[in-house]
Write a protein that binds this ligand. Sequence first.
Ligand code: OGA
Ligand code: NI
Length: 351
Amino acid sequence: MAAMSVQEMSINGDQPPPEYIVKESSFGCIESSPPLADQIPIIDISLFSPSSLEYSEQAENHELQKLRTALSSAGCFQAIGHGISDSFLDKVREAAKHFFALPVEEKQKYSRALDGGSEGYGNDVIVSEKQVLDWSYRLTLRVFPQDQRRLHLWPQNPNDFGEMLHEYATKIKLMMGVVFKAMAKSLDLEEDSFAKQLFGDQSLLQARFNFYPPCSRSDLVLGVKPHTDRSGMTVLLQDRDVEGLQVLIDGKWVRVPIVPHALVLNLGDQMQIMSNGIYKSPMHRVVTNTEKMRLSVALFNEPDPETEIGPVEHLIDDETRPRLYKSVKNYGRINYECYQRGEIALETVKI
Ligand code: OGA
Ligand code: NI
């Protein structure tokens, strides 16, 4: 354990201790300001719903084409037209901000350590001595299935936190359903091709609130190390003002800009498996800021661990596109075990 907490070091303006310092790796060094991504388009997802005002087949096809290009290269896009009001998104950010601003003892009531699982409040889970630690705090909570909520880990302060999270997650789940269908359409598949594996009644929706305190040496530490999400799909609400997310595209880090009202949608490993590698689970990381704190809220969808997932039959062709991945259950566990051994989970499920 580091002797001092990230929060204390951040407030004191201390130099980060060695266990936080990122060494040059195969993913390159930390640049606070690489180019802005021009491969991450803004996609109007209201055009995927025939009931919307601007809907036309032509407009939908145009948007589907953009979706296909984005997901097969960057693996992410900025979603607008999601129907969630700006004031509600601000409310989600405010609730998160309020929670992280509570005194340490108060936050520790929801500590992951008290519960022994992966949910709750804490910082980077230490799995190896060589691990470089993330300059951040997280609060992780499972929201769906509803009967799996560990409510003793849900903040009571602010007092509408639970209500807010339920409402936000419900809206995002609807949005994910729309995008799963559009993704299937964009590949000329039956509408429910992805949803039926990834999005059943027992599928999981996990929320992660990320808090990145400022760091006097943001050139030496990362808020989150390079990783791909293990999810099927991730929807990220970024900070309103402070950038920090970077995505690796064609071997280069690019910044994900802040687009007002937009939600960043990226795919996770399980979607890369199901799309037989056509759609990408992008490598991404978060840099810190020397002066400003940053907040983000990520919602991760994944199938129920008992459901087997694998490449959709229609995306396999022995000649032009052979099957790339095995069928797997409980990818979450595979991913965790690989992380502990320092291996890349997706590589281990390749054929
Ligand atoms: C994550 C993640 C990005 C961010 O929580 O998996 O990549 O901007 N977060 O906080
Ligand atoms: Ni991530």
